[in-house]
Ligand binder design. Structure first.
Ligand SMILES: Nc1ncnc2c1ncn2[C@@H]1O[C@H](COP(=O)(O)OP(=O)(O)OP(=O)(O)O)[C@@H](O)[C@H]1O
Length: 635
């Protein structure tokens, strides 16, 4: 199957497919059109520029300290080259923007954003970024060279469920790491999942191509990807992506559902003659359960994929880790996939068009969902129904929307009762609490105590609530390069502000928060107040200035080396990366290019924050540059 990526500007009257995020009134006005690709009015899958094996114009040329050996492949955005360091036998992959795209600043920015996303997501299942630069006006980045094959080449038909779950699990780990840093990949597909050899002859997944990744909170100076523009590969796009809506981590989980369906059945859930047909299917059609496509497959695995493929993001798994666990559970058959423990109750629905009200046995499904058992035809999908719930703790009236039908046949396969799923609608936080408590059998619902009247107390509580949401430096309210005396003084001051609150008649929730905040302050001081412990924490934060403070406070080289060994045990994938940057820094130093050398030392320290030599040189160079600047300003 030809699976290609597309960007469609949805806000143009006749959507066109091209590789840039700009809507074009006329197709041929787009500077990014790849020659030879059709430009009709119909949305159709875009084919990539042909790969010309080994004939890249870049062969033999230098990208920083790397010399190009051959071309590895081409994508919509750029050419990927195999290159080797000129001084040391280290091979890397260089991705350089296609020259004809360099005229469009948004596309150059997208390549940089891809590199930034890769560097933020440091994980063993994500290709590592080494460097980022521009050459003759063309932005490029240097990344880990992956020897292996893409999942598209590896899995040309259905693969064994155990292997599929192992690979999907690693994909979930990579996505989980990206999501933890606020990055949504948005283009998960077999071509972007690379397999290299891992320990004990197993496959190790390396997720590639964060080319259209989206930072949920764009950073200063970063161009956010435009909303209202559809980007992705049609077969793998979640409904909200197809309609140009908001995307979040659950958008990637849908793509894992598609990938899982493909690996287990050899087919994507939705295909069609045109991109538009595929998008409409994602929005409107129910996927066929995988075990119906490939008989013999465990229905429990199908059920997990169907949940990942739910049309509404809130019906999917809430995290990549949850999806991974559900896949593993379904494979081992140890328990039903991620269903809430069944507390049953009676629910009735009285529809205005019917004179009688109908009673159902209900059970909870997800935090705000119900499953109502029924062998009768259910109310139509997406219809609103008035509900009266007789919960263990009392009666509750509310409205729900019918979001799923489970037919008798599906119920048999999935080992559950037939019926329909209802999502409780338009509910406030206090309703949700009431529902949860009544479900658990708590009959009397008392509202939460009001916050204290005293504005001084409110101020301290809200300040510490913010502080506790940050790292240990934030908890103590000190900068990351604070010295030991400042840290101790701030910890003392924090205690002096919190402790008196305990003498006041605080509501229980606030009292326990103050106690927790005090315990946290003590814990933070225990780490930041001792250079041996602080240095380990600074290494995790890649806080080089903090590490320098620890050395200034008397941390010995032996203690630093011991911390460094532990750091590599925790992050085995980063060991050795600093060698490249150090070598580049030396090369820049000998050429007298001090700012570039400093950048390379900083890159070395990001990979290996406790590298003594790099720390020394970085420090010396910074002091020298500061000295030069001061001298220049006094002249
Ligand atoms: N780090 C790498 N190591 C080895 N080969 C790579 C690496 N990155 C990419 N490739 C190869 O280069 C090819 C082109 O990759 P690239 O990410 O530019 O494009 P794509 O994902 O195929 O297309 P698009 O960017 O349009 O989605 C890939 O198909 C892969 O074979």
């Amino acid at each position: 199957m030809n699976i290609a990526r597309m960007d469609v500007a949805v806000d143009s009257n006749a959507p066109h497919i091209c590789s840039c995020p700009t809507p074009h009134p006329k197709w041929d006005e787009c500077p990014t059109v790849v020659p030879g690709v059709g430009s009709g009015q119909e949305a159709s899958l875009r084919t990539l520029p042909p790969r010309r094996a080994g004939d890249s114009e870049f062969v033999g040329q230098r990208f920083g300290s790397f010399q190009v050996l051959r071309e590895l492949g081409r994508g919509g955005m750029g050419t990927v080259l195999l290159a080797e360091h000129v001084l040391i036998p280290k091979r890397v992959a260089v991705k350089v923007l296609h020259p004809h795209l360099a005229r469009t600043p948004e596309l150059a920015a997208r390549l940089l954003a891809e590199a930034r996303a890769m560097s933020l997501v440091q994980h063993e299942n994500v290709a590592t970024l080494y460097d980022l630069d521009t050459r003759d006006g063309l932005p490029y980045f240097v990344m880990e060279y992956l020897e292996g094959q893409s999942l598209a080449d590896f899995a040309r038909g259905p693969i064994e469920p155990a292997l599929a779950v192992e690979l999907l699990g690693q994909v979930c780990d990579a996505l989980g790491a990206a999501h933890a840093r606020g990055i949504v990949h948005r283009d998960l597909k077999p071509a972007n999942v690379f397999l290299v050899s891992g320990p004990q002859g197993r496959h190790r997944v390396k997720l590639l191509d964060f080319g259209i990744a989206k930072r949920l909170v764009p950073q200063a100076g970063e161009t956010p990807t435009r909303s209202g523009v559809i980007m992705g590969t049609p077969e793998f796009m979640a409904p909200e992506q197809c309609s140009g809506g908001d995307v979040d981590a659950r958008t990637d989980l849908y793509a894992v559902g598609v990938l899982g369906h493909l690996l287990l059945t050899g087919e994507v859930p939705f295909s069609g003659a045109s991109a538009a047909a595929v998008l409409v299917a994602h929005l409107q059609q129910a996927p066929r359960p995988a075990h119906e496509v490939r008989p013999g497959l465990a229905p429990a695995l199908s059920a997990v994929l169907l949940r990942a493929l739910a049309k509404r993001p809130e019906e999917r798994f809430s995290s990549a880790a949850e999806l991974r666990a559900a896949l593993e559970d379904a494979l081992s058959g140890s328990r039903a996939p991620a269903r809430a423990p069944a507390i049953t109750f009676t629910a009735s629905i009285s529809l205005p068009e019917r004179s009688e009200s109908r009673e159902y046995v209900g059970e909870q499904m997800g935090p705000m969902g119900l499953f109502l058992r029924s062998t009768q035809p259910p109310p139509p999908l997406l219809s609103e129904v008035p509900l009266r719930l007789r919960l263990p703790g009392g009666e509750l009236a509310c409205t729900g929307q019918v979001v799923r039908h489970v037919t008798a046949e599906q119920a048999r396969d999935w080992n559950m009762a037939p019926g329909f799923g209802v999502e409780l609608r338009g509910t406030s936080a206090s309703f949700q609490r009431t529902f949860t408590r009544m479900l658990a059998g708590v009959s009397e619902f008392r509202p939460e105590p009001l916050p204290p009247e005293d504005p001084q107390v409110t101020r301290v509580l809200s300040e510490f609530r913010q502080r506790l949401a940050g790292d240990r430096y934030a908890v103590l309210g000190v900068p990351r390069d604070a010295d030991g005396d400042t840290i101790r003084a701030h910890a003392r001051e924090a205690r002096e502000r919190l402790e008196p609150l305990l003498a006041l008649p605080l509501p229980p929730l606030h009292r326990s928060f103050v106690q927790r905040a005090l315990a946290k302050v003590t814990e933070c001081l225990g780490v930041l107040g001792h250079p041996e412990r602080r240095v380990e924490y600074d290494a995790e934060l890649r806080n080089v200035r903090g590490v320098m403070r620890c050395l200034a406070a008397g941390l010995t080289v032996t203690a630093l080396e011991a911390s460094r060994r532990r750091y590599f045990q925790r992050h085995p994938q980063t060991e050795g990366h600093s060698v490249l940057h150090m070598a580049s820094a030396e090369a820049f130093m000998s050429a007298g290019r001090i700012p570039e050398a400093l950048t390379c030392y900083e890159a070395a320290l990001r990979a290996d924050p406790l590298h003594l030599e790099a720390l020394k040189r970085w420090h010396a160079l910074r002091s020298r540059m500061r000295g030069d600047a001061m001298e220049a300003s006094s002249r």
